[in-house]
Design a protein around this ligand. Structure first.
Ligand code: IDP
Ligand code: MG
Length: 136
């Protein structure tokens, strides 16, 4: 059965002009684009988006970075979209990400890792509502 997931292209990808390349890869792996939204998050919005990490030591630098430039929010659809996007993204740390994954190819370090993908059906639902409530 087709499933929706939430994906976000991070500011480091915009900075290095990698957005088109990343979208190409996602599309070539069978994901359909259901919705897209280009945004520049405020630090407060980034803090809300990443609220699950509020007690982590990387939370504040993460939210600063996520509001340092534009992001592209996407709703993607495909069979097993949530799992398959996580696999295509690779590990959080690009140095540990498998070859052929987006983070391996484009990520710079554990924070500036180019792409976000929802990690569960619950996160996908929350994140889609977070960015697309009233639109989708
Ligand atoms: P994920 O994006 O692979 O799901 P999470 O653990 O949910 O990874 O962390 C959210 C984001 O926070 C990561 O994508 C990355 O940008 C940043 N991050 C995670 N762990 C670290 C860290 O140890 N140092 C700096 N930034 C981190
Ligand atoms: Mg995560």
């Amino acid at each position: 059965m087709k499933e929706k997931t939430f994906c976000l292209i991070k500011p480091d990808a915009f900075e290095r002009k990698l957005v088109g390349k990343i979208l190409n890869i996602v599309e070539a792996h069978g994901f359909e684009f259901v919705a897209m939204r280009f945004l520049h998050l405020s630090e407060k919005e980034a803090e809300q988006f990443y609220i699950v990490h509020k007690d982590k030591d990387f939370y504040h630098p993460l939210c600063k970075y996520m509001s340092s430039g534009p992001v592209l929010c996407l709703v993607l659809e495909k069979e097993n979209a949530i799992h398959d996007l996580r696999e295509l993204m690779g590990s959080t740390d690009p140095n540990k990400a498998n070859e052929g994954t987006i983070r391996n190819m484009f990520g710079m370090d554990i924070r500036h890792n180019s792409i976000h993908g929802a990690d569960s059906p619950e996160s996908a639902k929350r994140e889609i509502i977070f960015f697309f409530k009233g639109i989708l």
